[in-house]
Design a protein around this ligand. Structure first.
Ligand code: PLP
Length: 389
C-alpha cells in the first residue's frame, strides 16, 4: 500500500463498474458496420512485438492486399495507425507546401473537411461547389483546372453525407494535362464500389477500415503514386506533421524497418483478415454483392413509400440517402429502430441534416437478410407513427 505523510490517494474517481456488456446492434448507418466474425477473432490473436519478424511479414501482406483492393501497383501503400481522417490528413500533410494551390471539389460534408485540412497546412485553397446530391461533370472539373491551375485536385469519390458517387473516368488524364496531382477520398468505396486507382491515374488515396472492409475503426489505408512521391522528395519544407510524415513512415513499412511509433498490432491483424476476405471473395463478386443488395434495398424502400435522394446513375451502393417524408419527425424513426429493433441507421449531415436518413450496407453487413430485416422494421415503425404512403 502506498503511504505518504503528505499525499493521500483520493478514491472519488475509483468507481466500480460492471463487466463490459454492450448491446448487440445491427449497424446499418454510415459506419462503423458490424465486423465479420473472422475479423473479430483475428483481433484476439496472440500479441507480438511491432518489430517481430512475424509482424513485419504481416505488414507486407497488408500492403500487397491493399494494392489488390485498390487496383494499384503503388510501392508506397500502407496502413496508417488512426482512422480515415488520419489517412486523409496524411495525404495533405505530405503533399501540401505553403502557398500550393489546392483545388477541392465540395459536394458534401467531407469535401469541406478536405478544405479545412488543406488550409491548416498553408495551402492556397480554392473550391468548386456542387449541390449536395449531385456529382461534378467532367466539363466543370476541366473548367476549374483551367481557371485555378492547382498543384493538387482533391475529390471525394463516395460522399458519405449525400450518397453520391463521383464518376472518375477521364479525370486523371485531365490532371496530367494540367500538371496536377489527383487526390481521392475512397473512404466509402474501398472494398465495395468499383475502384481502379492506377487506371484512373489517381495519385493519392486514403480510406478507412470500418466501412467496405468490414473491420473496426482505427486503422486506415493510404497510398501514393510515384508522381506524388516525386513531389514529396522535392519538398523545400519539412512535412508539417511528424506522426504522418511518409519520409519516416516508409522507413518502418519499407525495407529499413526503423521504429517510428508502436503500431496497433491487433488492429493490423484485423485489417489483414478483412483484406484476406476481400481477396477470397474477389473484387468483382464483392462489388456485385454490394450493388445487388443496394438494389434490393432501393426497391423495398419504394414499396414502403420512401424515396431515395440521389438519382440512380450516381447512387452509391454503400450508403443510401432516403428522403424523410413530409410530416414525419426525422429523429423519431432512427430512435425507434434503435430502441425497439436494435438497428442503427444514420441521420443527415450538414446541408442534409433533418432532410434524409442514411442507410449503409457495407462489407459484412451487405447481406440480403439485413435488407429484409431493416425494411420490415422500418415499415413497422412508419406504421406505428402513422405514416401513410
Ligand atoms: N471521408 C469520408 C467520405 C467519410 O465518410 C469519413 C467518415 O465517415 C471520413 C472521411 C473520415 O473517416 P473517419 O471517421 O474514419 O476518421
Amino acid at each position: 500500500m502506498f503511504i505518504s505523510s503528505s499525499i493521500s490517494i483520493e478514491d472519488q474517481h475509483r468507481i466500480t463498474t460492471c463487466e463490459l456488456n454492450m448491446p448487440r446492434r445491427l449497424l446499418l448507418g454510415p459506419g462503423p458496420c458490424n465486423v465479420h466474425p473472422r475479423v473479430l477473432s483475428a483481433i484476439g490473436a496472440p500479441q507480438v512485438g511491432h518489430l517481430d519478424p512475424s509482424f513485419l511479414e504481416l505488414m507486407d501482406e497488408i500492403q500487397e492486399l491493399l494494392r489488390y483492393t485498390w487496383q494499384t501497383d503503388n510501392a508506397l501503400t500502407l496502413a496508417i495507425s488512426g482512422t480515415g481522417s488520419a489517412a486523409m490528413e496524411a495525404t495533405l500533410a505530405n503533399m501540401v507546401e505553403p502557398e500550393d494551390v489546392v483545388l477541392v471539389g465540395v459536394k458534401g460534408y467531407f469535401g469541406n473537411r478536405l478544405v479545412d485540412m488543406a488550409s491548416r497546412y498553408g495551402a492556397d485553397v480554392r473550391t468548386i461547389n456542387q449541390i449536395w446530391g449531385q456529382p461534378f461533370t467532367f466539363e466543370e472539373i476541366e473548367k476549374a483546372l483551367e481557371e485555378h491551375r492547382p498543384k493538387i485536385l482533391a475529390l471525394v469519390h463516395a460522399e458519405t453525407s449525400t450518397g453520391v458517387r463521383q464518376p472518375m473516368e477521364g479525370i486523371g488524364d485531365l490532371c496530367h494535362k494540367y500538371d496536377c496531382l489527383l487526390l481521392v477520398d475512397t473512404v466509402t468505396s474501398l472494398g465495395a464500389v468499383p475502384l481502379f486507382l492506377d487506371h484512373w491515374k489517381i495519385d493519392l488515396a486514403y480510406s478507412c477500415s470500418q466501412k467496405g472492409l468490414g473491420c473496426p475503426p482505427g486503422i486506415a489505408p493510404f497510398t501514393m503514386s510515384s508522381r506524388a512521391v516525386e513531389k514529396l522528395e522535392k519538398r523545400k519544407s519539412k512535412v508539417g506533421n511528424w506522426y504522418l510524415d511518409m519520409n519516416l513512415l516508409t522507413k518502418y513499412w519499407g525495407n529499413e524497418r526503423v521504429y517510428h511509433h508502436t503500431a496497433p498490432i491487433n488492429m493490423n491483424y484485423a485489417l489483414r483478415e478483412a483484406l484476406r476476405l476481400v481477396a477470397e471473395e474477389g473484387l468483382a463478386h464483392r462489388w456485385d454483392r454490394h450493388r445487388g443488395n443496394a438494389e434490393l434495398l432501393w426497391e423495398g424502400l419504394g414499396e414502403i413509400g420512401l424515396k431515395c435522394y440521389v438519382p440512380m446513375n450516381y447512387r452509391l451502393p454503400t450508403i443510401t440517402t432516403v428522403l424523410i417524408p413530409d410530416g414525419v419527425d426525422g429523429k423519431i424513426v432512427p430512435r425507434k429502430l434503435l430502441h425497439e429493433y436494435n438497428i442503427e441507421i444514420g441521420g443527415g449531415l450538414g446541408d442534409l441534416a433533418g432532410k434524409v436518413w442514411r442507410i449503409g450496407l457495407m462489407g459484412y453487413n451487405s447481406r440480403k437478410e439485413n435488407v429484409v430485416l431493416l425494411l420490415g422494421a422500418l415499415e413497422r415503425v412508419l406504421h406505428d407513427i402513422g405514416f401513410k404512403k
